[in-house]
Write a protein that binds this ligand. Structure first.
Ligand SMILES: Nc1nc2c(ncn2[C@@H]2O[C@H](COP(=O)(O)OP(=O)(O)O)[C@@H](O)[C@H]2O)c(=O)[nH]1
Ligand SMILES: [Mg+2]
Ligand SMILES: [Zn+2]
Length: 310
């Protein structure tokens, strides 16, 4: 009999598979060619498997992936919670824009979480809210949270029935948020001084954990993605508001740098596009030229979003 499951963990060549019907978790091994790393199942894969006499699974087939990442090493993600603290560490808009453009390119829906809201003073609240409403105005879902005030807002609702990653710098409160959602998880959290210290970035295994009838990977990842597989035009097309206005730029394929009659630059000058967004965009365009040789030229994800301008 063929059963259908979700790969939730990999330990030393053995997989943990969650059966989508019985909702039980079992050990499984891949058959034949799927033992070769390049064609092996990974966390997030939907698989067909059969059972051996001793109740172990044999993975027979991997279903087509909706997206496929290398760092973190996971696939079929529905959405990513991009977690930032508004303080300790300070809100880092450069990193936020980097996450957003990378996720857009990989066809993963970002949800921006602003944690540690309790640490803001009144005037800082106003300032931060302005930034948040800009990101909302261009179409992003945002959530304000605070672990110390037990404030989760809609976070739980978003997690339901989806595969999500929790990503962000260390120390922003990813593990604390997960523990607050489900206290039985007891994930290790770190004092901020420790979390920001060096030597803390050892690669951890990726694992999907069952939270609120959904699946979540708590991963430091993504910070290291560095636009793999992306060209300048991909940056332009995945800064979503730039892409929206680019049809009003004079040149097809405008990169909004030095081109004449550029609508994006005009809107930056009119303060209709957030200045930091544009500055970060230029910085990323600049970074793209560097370190390029380290990567092979194949895109990490065949489903990535290279948009076509009409
Ligand atoms: N004041 C405040 N501290 C928080 C909040 N969320 C997490 N922390 C603290 O921030 C530190 C890092 O949290 P942790 O969950 O380990 O962050 P992670 O590295 O992103 O998983 C811990 O000392 C937490 O107690 C919050 O909303 N407010
Ligand atoms: Mg953590
Ligand atoms: Zn332009």
């Amino acid at each position: 009999m063929i059963c259908k499951g979700l790969v939730i963990r990999l330990i030393a060549g053995e997989y943990l598979v969650y059966d989508l019907n019985s909702k039980k978790i079992l050990n499984a091994k891949p058959r034949g060619v799927m033992r070769i790393k390049s064609s092996a199942p990974k966390v997030g894969d939907y698989v067909d498997y059969t059972l051996t006499d001793d109740e172990k699974g044999v993975i027979e087939r991997i279903h087509k992936r909706r997206n496929d990442l290398i760092r973190p090493y996971i696939c079929n993600i529905d959405q990513a919670f991009v977690i930032f603290s508004v303080k300790e560490p300070d809100l880092n808009l450069n990193l936020l824009d980097k996450f957003l453009v990378t996720l857009e390119f990989n066809n993963i829906t970002p949800i921006i979480v602003f944690n540690k809201w309790d640490l803001l003073s009144y005037c800082e609240i106003d300032e931060t809210k302005k930034v948040i409403s800009y990101y909302e105005s261009i179409g992003y879902k945002t959530i304000i949270t605070s672990c110390s005030k037990n404030l989760l807002n809609d976070l739980k609702d978003y997690i339901k029935d989806k595969i999500s990653v929790f990503t962000g710098q260390s120390g922003v409160g990813k593990s604390s948020l997960l523990n607050l959602i489900d206290p039985t998880l007891s994930i290790e959290t770190n004092e901020i001084s420790q979390a920001l210290g060096r030597g803390k970035h050892t690669t951890r295994h990726v694992e999907l954990i069952n939270v609120e009838s959904g699946w979540v990977a708590d991963t430091p990842g993504f910070g290291t993605i560095d636009f793999e597989g992306m060209e300048k035009i991909d940056l332009a097309q995945n800064f979503i508001e730039f892409f929206k206005y680019s049809s009003l730029c004079k040149y097809n394929g405008c990169l909004h740098i030095n081109e004449p009659s550029c609508k994006v630059k005009e809107l930056v000058l009119e303060d209709k596009i957030l200045k930091s967004r544009y500055e970060n965009y230029l910085a990323f365009i600049n970074d793209l030229g560097k370190d390029k040789k380290e990567y092979d030229s194949s895109p990490i994800n065949s489903n990535s979003k290279r948009r076509r301008k009409k």
